[in-house]
Design a protein around this ligand. Structure first.
Ligand code: TMP
Ligand code: ASP
Length: 239
């Protein structure tokens, strides 16, 4: 498959058309951003680590009957993906309270939630990705009721699968964000699953092993992503 034109360049990834309309090339760059683009840096090897990390997780999810856009790795930083029509929505699920939830509701950091908490956010950096609910999505026509209920149930299913998956690496899955799109009337998981879009804490020490290391200037960001990858048995190529 040939990579042709760049169609979008987001904060950390770029998308390219190919000679087939239903496939795109997704390139992971070293660029890193947080706080809706207010804090940025280029972190060496991040593109390679995140591309291969994402492939590993998406391949695992596919074995568990989760429909994903991931097709195959093309290089250390590029993957072939299905061309989805994306919803402008972020699906977040939390197992412990931290981040924006604590700020918004004055909740104690690290509180274990009685049951996983699902939230929708609008994907709009200029607005700071505001929290929205089902009614906003329906009234503004961002998705229909059936689609949003599927996005919610798939996200909760992914949470169940990945809690156990990360537990084997002695990691707690604290929260994560997924984005979905549609191809041929089917809801498909798109975007990425990497330490950039989730929170992972070491089970024994509660050390942060995700993008909070960048947000909070904790250092060794990509080295720590690499440690997560090692614990999960990934063999990341950096050549
Ligand atoms: P939050 O605490 O900032 O709301 O984030 C919850 C989780 O979702 C956290 O793992 C980071 C992820 N997330 C993103 O990766 N991008 C986003 O735009 C949002 C809103 C959340
Ligand atoms: N919404 C934030 C961003 O887009 C999430 C983060 O801090 O990673 O940068």
């Amino acid at each position: 498959m040939e990579k042709i034109n760049q169609i979008t360049s987001g904060k950390a990834k770029s998308l390219y058309t190919t000679n087939e309309e239903s496939f795109l090339v997704m390139e992971f760059r070293d660029d890193t951003s947080a706080f809706d683009g207010k804090k940025t840096a280029a972190l060496e090897n991040k593109g390679k680590v995140n591309n291969q990390f994402n492939a590993f997780i998406m391949e695992f999810l596919a074995t568990q009957n989760i429909d994903t856009h991931f097709v195959k790795l093309l290089s250390n930083t590029e993957s072939l993906v299905k061309n989805l029509e994306m919803f402008p929505i972020e699906c977040v699920v939390r197992n412990r309270a931290t981040g924006s939830l604590c700020k918004r509701l004055g909740i104690e950091d690290g509180l274990i939630l009685e049951t996983p908490l699902f939230e929708f956010f609008l994907k709009d950096d200029d607005l700071g990705d505001p929290l929205i609910n089902d009614n906003h999505i329906i009234s503004f026509g961002w998705a229909n009721r059936e689609d949003l209920s599927l996005m919610q149930s798939i996200t909760l299913k992914v949470n169940e699968l990945l809690i156990d998956f990360f537990a084997k690496a002695n990691l707690l899955l604290i929260d994560f964000k997924l984005e979905f799109g549609k191809q041929d009337e089917k809801i498909v998981l798109g975007d990425e699953f990497t330490p950039d879009g989730c929170r992972l804490w070491d089970k024994d020490t509660l050390t942060k092993m995700d993008k909070d290391r960048f947000r909070q200037d904790l250092g060794n960001v990509i080295e720590t992503y690499g440690e997560v990858a090692d614990r999960l048995g990934m063999q990341i190529k950096l050549d």
